[in-house]
Design a protein around this ligand. Structure first.
Ligand code: ATP
Ligand code: MG
Length: 352
């Protein structure tokens, strides 16, 4: 039997609740589709930091490298550990160690879910560059505290970095509707963004079967609201992708539905799959969290592992549950618990 080793990092707050819930659905999918998932859970979190002085064990990355994938809940508990510590102690080292340069987020409305837009039929895949660009961290400040103070933040784009993320976008566009949107601000940023446009054009010539359109980020932000159905695969830099995927999460009904895959399409390393939301201290520990974002992340994980049919079955089961509208957490307008929604999805999977 095919078997996959999954590292579970539930993390903090609602992270533990939604990972428990998603695991239930993943186990049901594995049973139904004839493969095995072997999980090992790691307690790395802010509580772990308070007890041991580090977010993850010293050999953590080495241990994770033995897994086929990582399913993560949420990391962060700002009341006791600064976000800079929790982020830099766990999430960023994992992304960096495995060079997870693609951050892919699907945005669409599940049946029965009300978003803020009139348009309901959009189906987007936003691919964000995850390792360089505006978040390279290069820069500094001079004349600090004086009237002459200057702060500089340098964006670094490499040909290798831009080309590989765009190439992944073109490959995805080929598998989907054949349409790709490449996002820049090359009318205002004359070095990095003009470079991004050039690489886009080079790849567009190579992928002649894909219809490639270049957008400025402000224009595509507006288009996401006015004509989301006109877009399919959207590829953007670290900063622009960060912003556009928050719009994506909003138009798909909120953070309870937004899932994220951090992958290195070259393979050979575990990808990390997670909900977009954080630990949500305001609702943690009360069974109120919507588990669908994490269940969706689990579906992305199965698809990445080569179990596309099982991934699609999970999505169909989620659609059956949201479409019926009977079992829903408070953010979806219902009164069901995290565990009840997960159980309903697992049951729909068994029926489907
Ligand atoms: P972080 O700092 O890691 O982003 P956060 O405390 O800002 O975490 P988020 O998890 O990002 O909180 O979410 C913001 C708010 O959205 C939460 O306080 C919560 O009310 C709501 N929310 C987030 N995720 C969910 C979910 N899965 N189900 C229901 N509500 C959620
Ligand atoms: Mg937040």
């Amino acid at each position: 039997m095919r078997q996959y080793r999954i590292a579970l990092i539930p993390g903090d707050g609602i992270g533990t609740e939604v990972v428990d819930a998603a695991w239930q659905v993943l186990a049901a999918a594995a049973a139904r589709h004839g493969f095995a998932l072997a999980a090992e859970a790691f307690p790395w979190s802010c509580a772990h930091y308070l007890a041991h002085g580090r977010m993850m064990d010293a050999d953590g990355l080495e241990r994770l490298s033995a897994f086929d994938a990582i399913l993560l809940g949420a990391v962060g508990w700002p009341a006791t550990v600064p976000d800079s510590v929790s982020l830099h102690g766990l999430l960023l080292p994992i992304r960096k160690a495995f060079d997870l340069y693609v951050n892919a987020r699907p945005h669409r409305l599940l049946p029965g879910v009300r978003g803020p837009l009139r348009a309901e039929d959009f189906d987007l895949l936003v691919i964000r560059e995850n390792t360089e660009g505006e978040y390279s961290g290069a820069g500094g400040r001079v004349h600090v505290g004086t009237p002459h103070e200057v702060a500089v933040e340098t964006s670094i784009f490499t040909r290798r970095g831009v080309e590989r993320v765009l190439r992944h976008g073109f490959e995805q566009a080929r598998r989907r509707s054949g349409r790709l949107a490449s996002v820049t601000k090359s009318n205002a940023q004359k070095h990095t963004m003009v470079f991004w446009d050039e690489v886009t054009e080079q790849l567009a010539a190579e992928y002649a079967d894909v219809q490639c359109t270049r957008y400025h980020v402000d224009a595509i932000a507006a288009r996401l609201i006015t004509h989301p159905a006109s877009l399919d695969v959207v590829v953007a830099s670290n900063l622009f992708g960060d912003i556009l995927t928050d719009i994506g999460a909003a138009i798909q009904g909120g953070l309870g539905f937004a899932a994220s895959a951090n992958v290195n399409p070259g393979g050979g390393v575990p990808g990390m799959f997670e909900p977009v939301h954080g630990s949500a201290p305001d609702i943690a520990g009360r069974g109120l969290a919507n588990p669908l974002a994490t269940i969706w992340a689990g579906a992305l994980m199965l698809e990445h592992l080569g179990e596309a049919a099982a991934g699609a079955a999970i999505i169909a089961a989620m659609e059956a549950v949201t479409g019926a509208g009977r079992v829903a957490t408070p953010d979806m307008g219902g009164r069901a618990s995290t565990a009840e929604v997960a159980a309903a999805v697992a049951a729909a999977l068994a029926d489907g």
